[in-house]
Design a protein around this ligand. Structure first.
Ligand code: IVH
Length: 668
């Protein structure tokens, strides 16, 4: 075969393999047995080896991965990747329809599509050839994940016509791939992914493309981002056109002539969603006519011509086997529901916080009950009620104990709190939890010392307080189960290096009531040394920005305690730094979170979190949440009905996210 003949054969093999691939991965209707596909692929690979100049990036041989990147490049989107406004019930849908008809008249049709629960991506094709694929990022700029996307078999590397266009779609992990992946992870002793969405995101963020290739991802394309010269008049036609080009679109779309039909479609899929082989989290409703879409336009955040109906959080029923009590670092005793393991929103749930006795009474939750479990914001499992009709009479009402389950001290309610607290500072549960907090990432950040090792050390009575950590010897560490020489050495080094942490880490780690990591930093910056802080008066403390009276009183009370004074002396003589060095500020510089060091404003109604939950989650990741928008604001999270803060943020050019985007980032 000469080069000319090879070139022709390579072209034939491209076409053949693309057709086989399309039939198998897009249409789910294979044309040939796998062995035939493999034989043709091998033939192509051999020709490409012999004539390297015939190997192109859109060759079917280019799907196996093998490239290892250093980092993902940033990609500026040609047109911003907006998000969608949400509808949570029929009324929201009717409001949307009224708004649409108010603007473009009554002659409106909608296209309803499944809202695939994966990752939005933008794909660029030139002359029919896949050029570049990027994540959504902040909507303006995403990351170049071309090499990973190339491994998705249903993503065409070459279109059936040599057109240039940009399309958008959702990359996702089918449930079957997810199950297999997690089983393999568990087998290897690794942490499984929480849900298919995270697994898809994690896979596309791998720098080694072989990893992504092994994950069996899939993709549905749902829109043309840049119509250019294309002659397409409606969303429905656009999807058909994408089909004809060889893209995988979702076949469950329906054109609806009225909002009543839309509502029927939504209700139908609410019932049927569990039967799909991939996760959906709602339905997307789009005005069909592109002329009308144009007329309706977009707000900063989202198009006015589309809306996402979000399914209510999945609820499942399981049995409440027992209520366990957990004593936290601050002595708060929390009842925890132990459940018969059950799948909810993609993960197995067997524990859920019941928060406090009032909540248990209010929901009349009894041991042995069949209970309804859902995940708040699809993240935190919660018992929302009981199935009373399934009671047998054997169920046992629950009351909180009067004494601490760990140390036997009497439990009290402080300052009309609902929480019951154990006030014994020597309570082993509190000490253990306090130690876990002390070594945690935002406190002393001692790598290798997690909950497990601390619990072991505590049980073996090798540590009773935080000073003991600095007295540990190698022999003591290696005496622990599953602790080798090397790990023990690493641990000792991590403990040693924590001695030079700047003051704020120690302050936060000590777990003084009301003193979070941010307050610890402000205090350290202000007072510079532990002894200056120890002798500070309430007046001096409250004069520090953001330090209130309650916190000031808690600080004075803490340092008044003789045992605390002894502990600090011990820490000092063990070589632990008690001064502010400003070199390793807790929570900010060393955190790899997106929020680290960023100033964030929350506005509008949040659906998935309370304000406080969102604030805590952002601050835990090193961000700062403030009340008003200024030029210094890095990010505004706008919930429903966001008002003037949104306008202001827009005028300052502040990055704006919807709640969905926040949720996405917090799940990372
Ligand atoms: S249309 C202007 N159609 O849902 C945004 N989005 O906020 C137009 N999604 O992350 C999006 N399935 O990636 C559209 N059939 C579908 C979709 C879909 C899933 C995702 C999208 C984005 C979010 C919308």
């Amino acid at each position: 075969m000469d080069e000319q003949q090879a070139k022709q054969r390579v072209e034939e093999l491209h076409d053949l393999l693309n057709e086989y691939n399309f039939a198998y991965f897009v249409k789910d209707d294979p044309l040939v047995p796998d062995s035939e596909y493999d034989a043709r692929l091998k033939e192509l690979e051999e020709l490409e080896r012999e004539y390297p100049s015939l190997k192109t990036m859109d060759s079917p041989s280019q799907r196996v991965g093998g490239i290892v990147l250093d980092a993902f490049n940033k990609v500026q989107h040609k047109t911003p990747m907006l998000s969608l406004g949400n509808a949570f019930n029929e009324e929201d849908l009717r409001d949307f329809d009224r708004r649409v008809r108010g603007q473009v008249g009554d002659n409106v049709a909608y296209v309803c599509e499944l809202k695939i629960d994966g990752l939005a991506v933008n794909l660029r094709y030139e002359n029919g050839s896949f050029q570049r694929g990027a994540t959504r990022g902040d909507g303006e700029t995403g990351e170049d994940i071309t090499e990973n996307l190339r491994t998705i078999r249903s993503l065409p590397l070459r279109l059936r016509e040599p057109v240039s266009l940009e399309v958008r779609g959702e990359a996702f992990m089918p449930q079957r791939s997810f199950k297999a992946l997690n089983e393999a992870k568990i087998e290897r002793g690794e942490e499984p992914f929480a849900n298919p969405r995270n697994a898809a995101a994690g896979s596309l963020r791998q720098l080694d493309t072989k990893m992504a290739a092994s994950r069996n991802l899939d993709i549905f394309i749902y829109s043309i981002a840049d119509l250019g010269e294309l002659d397409v008049a409606t969303q429905a036609d656009g999807l058909d056109y994408l089909d004809n080009l060889g893209f995988k679109t979702n076949g469950n779309r329906v054109r609806c002539a009225s909002i009543d039909d839309v509502i029927s479609y939504v209700n139908e899929w609410m019932e049927k969603r569990a039967s799909l082989p991939y996760d959906i989290d709602g339905i997307v409703i789009k005005v069909d006519s592109l002329v009308q879409q144009e007329e309706l336009g977009t707000t900063v955040k989202s198009p006015r011509w589309a809306i996402a109906y979000k399914f209510p959080a999945e609820e499942v029923v399981t049995r409440l086997i027992e209520i366990e009590l957990n004593v936290g670092r601050t002595g708060a005793v929390t009842p925890i529901a132990l459940l018969e393991p059950v799948q909810v929103a993609g993960t197995t749930v067997q524990r859920a916080s019941l928060h406090n006795e009032d909540l248990i009474k209010e929901r009349d939750i009894r041991i042995g009950d069949r209970v309804i479990v859902k995940k708040a914001g699809d993240i935190i499992p919660e018992v929302v009620g009981v199935v009373e009709s399934e009671r047998t009479g054997e169920e046992q009402p629950f009351s909180m104990p009067t004494h601490c389950p760990e140390c036997g001290s009497e439990l009290v309610h402080l300052d009309e709190e609902v929480a019951l607290r154990c006030l014994n500072p020597k309570c082993p549960a509190q000490l253990r939890e306090g130690l876990i907090h002390f070594v945690s990432r935002h406190a002393m950040n001692i790598e290798g010392l997690g909950e497990k090792v601390i619990t072991q050390l505590f049980h073996e009575q090798l540590i009773a307080d935080v000073a003991d950590l600095y007295r540990l010897t190698k022999d003591q560490l290696t005496s622990l189960e599953r602790m080798g020489e090397k790990s023990a050495q690493n641990l000792l080094e991590a403990i040693e290096s924590s001695k030079s942490n700047s003051l704020e880490r120690l302050l936060f780690g000590l777990g003084i009531r009301h003193v979070g990591s941010k307050a610890a930093r402000l205090l350290a910056e202000e007072f510079k040394t532990m002894s200056a802080l120890q002798s500070a008066t309430i007046e001096q403390l409250v004069s520090v920005r953001e330090i209130g009276k309650k916190m000031a009183e808690a600080i004075v009370l803490y340092f008044d305690n003789e045992e605390v004074q002894t502990l600090l002396e011990e820490l000092s003589s063990l070589g632990v730094n008690l001064t502010y060095t400003g070199s390793n500020r807790a929570t900010v510089e060393d955190s790899d979170s997106f929020f680290s060091g960023k100033t964030v404003v929350l506005t509008g109604k949040l659906e998935h979190f309370t304000r406080q939950e969102a604030k805590d989650a952002i601050e835990d990741r090193g961000g700062q949440v403030t009340g008003s928008v200024s030029k210094k604001t890095d990010l505004l999270v706008a919930g429903a009905e966001a008002g003037s803060k949104l306008d202001k943020a827009e005028s300052y050019g502040v990055t704006i996210w919807d709640e969905e985007r926040l949720k996405e980032e917090l799940q990372k």
